[in-house]
Write a protein that binds this ligand. Structure first.
Ligand code: GLU
Length: 445
């Protein structure tokens, strides 16, 4: 029987949840959900000066925004709590004393240091990076290359990261550690501590480095972007989720756009690649657009509403049914929620149209013919795109006109835009009465 997978995401609350952190959290979550295991959130707040409750909150909010729920955490007590390092001091003291008693650690200037042994081979089989072997003499070194003992308890009594992480992962029964590749260098140090305490180490899976589009390591600015900023820029949680999942992993079947359920089903930690992943915004835009297409229209509506409000549009007079079907009429246009809100403004406000299209934009020579056509079009009893289209086709034949001649001005009048979904779809969605109002305003019926 294989044991139940227990993985953890262990952020330090010294900043918001940024892209790198969200990526690590996501892969832990996927691994837990795929295997039916447990996902733990542990707050590594031993840096008392830089850690704040507000950052802890914002990390949790960011995870919730992405839809990454955890099974145990500071707000979800479990058998292995508490889930903040600052509340687990007793266990650090206990195990530091155990090392001191065994002569494997010593005190110096009030700090406790772990004695790094010489001549030991430290090995582990990383799920992603493969077999890694380091001589203990090289695991922790001074600038001159000599062995550097590892501080485990600082002078202020707080444990260091490399020590606390070992004690916590062991005492919380974590059996798979999934984290960024920047921690590979720490793993041999941690393994030496595992061995000294006689603990069975977990498995390790280090995630590939994330690079900017320029193929350089993610800059502070790009990497520090909080996941909420992605929301404000117009990305869906599902879009960011899908996009981040593809950084270092892809389903064996080559599928690029997937739902959470599909990702959970298809995810394998063993198929994560160590090849650095590139943060490509064009790809994010594409994935986001695809996710908007498959999203439930009423769910999408709730996400779009604040963007419409942000554009100063008053949606209170419109029903949810009307708004959701307006979004459907958009037919997948717009890569971001922000764009979709902007491109669809004419379904909500005629003022938006008037601002873009002026009455004197109409060609006076064409006006009489257009007037005749629009009046007859509005007279068609069935106001569906199909009926309008077939009426138009026969009308232009009889009147020696063209689709372009009659449809383009109509698009301008209804939307104030050069590009939109099919003009008859737009007309049908707006309804006869509203089309009448807009055409009347421009003196076209
Ligand atoms: N607190 C560490 C970090 O944020 C956790 C690293 C780990 O997962 O071991 O980088």
């Amino acid at each position: 029987m294989s044991e139940n997978i227990r993985v953890r995401f262990a952020p330090s609350p010294t900043g918001a949840l940024h892209i790198g952190g969200a990526h690590t959290a996501l892969f832990n979550w996927l691994c837990a959900r795929h295997t039916g295991g447990t996902f733990i959130l542990r707050i590594e707040d031993t840096d008392r000066e830089r850690s704040t409750p507000e950052y802890e909150q914002s990390i949790m909010d960011g995870m919730r925004w992405m839809g990454l729920d955890w099974d145990e955490g500071p707000d979800k007590p479990g058998q292995f709590g508490p889930y903040r390092q600052s509340e687990r001091m007793e266990s650090y003291t206990k195990y530091a004393n155990q090392l001191l008693d065994a002569g494997l650690a010593y005190k110096d200037n009030g700090a406790v240091l772990f004695k790094v042994p010489s001549g030991k081979i430290v090995t582990f089989d990383d799920e992603v990076y493969g077999h890694i072997e380091v001589l203990s003499d090289n695991a922790s070194v001074n600038q001159d290359g000599t062995i550097k003992d590892i501080v485990i308890i600082k002078r202020d009594g707080m444990p260091t990261y490399n020590f606390a992480v070992v004690i916590d992962d062991f005492t919380m029964n974590i059996n798979m550690v999934i984290r960024g590749e920047d921690h590979i260098i720490n793993t041999p140090k941690q393994l030496l501590i595992y061995h000294a305490l006689g603990f069975k180490p977990p498995k390790f899976a280090h995630l590939p480095m994330i690079l900017g589009k320029d193929k350089k390591k993610l800059s502070k600015r790009q990497g520090a972007t909080s996941v909420f900023e992605y929301n404000d820029l117009g990305y869906l949680p599902d879009g960011v989720f899908n996009f981040l999942a593809l950084l270092g992993w892809s389903p064996k079947n080559g599928q690029e756009v997937f739902t959470r359920e599909e990702a959970v089903k298809l995810f394998e930690i063993g198929s994560v690649t160590k090849k650095p992943a590139v943060l490509d915004m064009d790809k994010l835009n594409h994935i986001n657009q695809e996710q908007m297409k498959i999203m439930d229209p009423y769910k999408l509506l709730e996400i779009i509403k604040p963007f419409w409000r942000g554009l100063g549009l008053n949606i209170t007079a419109c029903s949810d049914d009307y708004l959701a079907s307006s979004l459907q009429t958009m037919g997948g246009r717009g890569q971001t929620t922000m764009q979709l809100a902007e491109y669809s403004d004419y379904f909500i406000s005629f003022d938006a149209v008037k601002e873009r299209y002026k009455a004197d934009d109409i060609n006076e020579e064409r006006r009489p013919a257009l007037k005749k056509f629009y009046s007859e079009l509005l007279g068609t009893s069935e106001f569906t795109p199909e009926a309008m289209e077939s009426f138009t086709r026969s009308w232009i034949e009889t009147n020696e006109s063209s689709m372009k001649e009659v449809a383009l001005p109509l698009r301008w009048v209804l939307t104030g835009r050069k590009v939109s979904p099919g003009v008859f779809e737009v007309a049908a969605q707006l309804g006869k009465e509203e089309c009448c109002r807009r055409l009347e305003y421009y003196n076209l019926i």
